[in-house]
Ligand binder design. Structure first.
Ligand code: DP6
Length: 385
């Protein structure tokens, strides 16, 4: 006898960043964070979980490769799930097989652990008939994953309990609340070896005085202002807070010793272009944010997308023969006028500095796929293709 569940879960991009843990093994953060959940139509992780009396051991395949099930974070998730399971005693002891993959290339450098752990948690929660909050379970796999178990705009409350029972995510508003909001993910070419987030944030906690200032005196007030800007759909405030928070996060990374440098020359110049554009149109139309890597995520309203893509394509042109450069929602760009180009006073880059551009919007949380054709495991628990 066996039971199978397949699920897809979204990527989220923080506008108030999580950086720093007060407990490394429980993954408890040193500040609240806020993110937007991106539409699974463009970017998602997909996971199939299967429980069976026939399986001899737990097993997991990630993006086509079998991985070590003993991985600590994975074990944290599984233990938490089995503890809260509503299955009867003997079924609860059955072994499971897990198969997961992303619909975007890992090489694109997009954070995939958040979508991955949110997906695993949502799939297992259904399999084990778990009720109530599941963000705590996702958090035990990867901190930012707790924000991907819900759609719209989400706040992860740091909590104060030392066991982490109140460190969970809550939805601020659903995706429909700010339906005009759009996102452009600019994948920046990069070969530089990056310090993984978990190691970088540990180093920041140990060495950065700026991080202590951020935790104590900046984020508490800024997170509340951000929440208000989202509720009121106040784009100008939302955008300014987003950019300032990204900048402070990267300043903390530079204040870390030895420093963690995530943004590169192209990332910095996308940031400069956004400021030049906002200045030229005398308004705040676009916001950038960067995670622990060089890719830029731009937040903007639907009406401004054609003009902004026109400007990006002008200054950061793709290779002429680039395949699938622009992905996601359909859009016709508007070429910038000569007048605007003169106002921007910006240097044009040679082609190919950006690998691709993904155009998407805010979306919902994890979705269950009930068609057996969507399963990633066959009846015996082996990965399909
Ligand atoms: C810069 O969630 O990947 O993206 O909890 O150690 O798994 P772990 O870290 P992770 O860190 C994400 C950091 C960030 C900011 C954010 O998403 O809030």
């Amino acid at each position: 006898m066996n039971t199978t569940v397949t699920c897809i879960a979204p990527v989220n991009i923080a506008v108030i960043k999580y950086w720093g843990k007060r407990d490394d093994s429980l993954i408890l953060p040193t500040n609240d964070s806020i993110s937007a959940t991106l539409d699974t139509a463009q970017l998602h992780a997909k996971t199939t979980v299967m429980i069976s009396s026939d399986f001899k051991e737990d097993r997991i395949w990630l993006n086509g490769k079998e991985e070590d099930i003993k991985n600590t974070r994975l074990q944290n998730c599984l233990k938490e799930i089995r503890k809260r399971s509503q299955l009867s005693g003997y079924t609860n002891d059955w072994k499971i097989c897990i198969c997961s993959k992303n619909n975007f290339p890992t090489a694109a450098g997009l954070a995939s652990s958040a979508a991955g752990y949110a997906c695993l948690t949502a799939a297992l929660a259904k399999l084990y008939k778990i009720e109530g909050d599941i963000s705590i379970i996702a958090r035990s796999g990867s901190g930012s994953a707790c924000r991907s178990v819900m759609g719209g705009f989400v706040r992860w409350y740091m909590g104060s309990d030392k066991n982490g029972t109140d460190s969970l995510a809550k939805q601020i508003v659903p995706a429909s609340h700010w339906s005009e909001m759009r996102i452009l993910v600019l994948v920046v070419s990069d070969e530089q070896k990056k310090v993984p987030s978990a190691i970088g944030m540990k180093r920041s906690i140990e060495t950065s005085q700026l991080l202590q200032h951020r935790i104590m005196h900046v984020v508490p007030e800024r997170a509340n202002k951000m929440q208000q800007a989202i509720v009121e759909k106040d784009f100008k405030n939302f955008a300014e807070l987003t950019m300032k928070d990204s900048n402070q996060f990267h300043a903390v990374c530079l204040d870390t010793y030895p420093p963690c440098i995530y943004m590169n020359n192209i990332s910095n110049n996308i940031m400069n272009l956004v400021h030049s554009y906002n200045d030229a149109v005398n308004d705040v139309k676009v916001a950038y944010t960067y995670d622990a890597g060089p890719n830029a995520t731009l937040y903007l309203l639907e009406k401004d997308v054609p003009a902004v893509i026109g400007i990006l394509d002008h200054f950061f042109p793709p290779f002429e023969n680039a395949i699938e450069y622009r992905r996601g929602l359909p859009v016709e760009e508007i070429k910038p006028s000569q007048d605007l180009l003169e106002k921007l006073k910006f240097q044009k880059y040679p082609p190919g500095q950006l690998k691709c551009m993904i155009y998407t919007k805010i979306g919902d949380g994890p979705k269950y796929l009930n068609n057996p054709q969507d399963h990633l495991l066959d009846g015996q628990g082996n990965p399909i293709n």
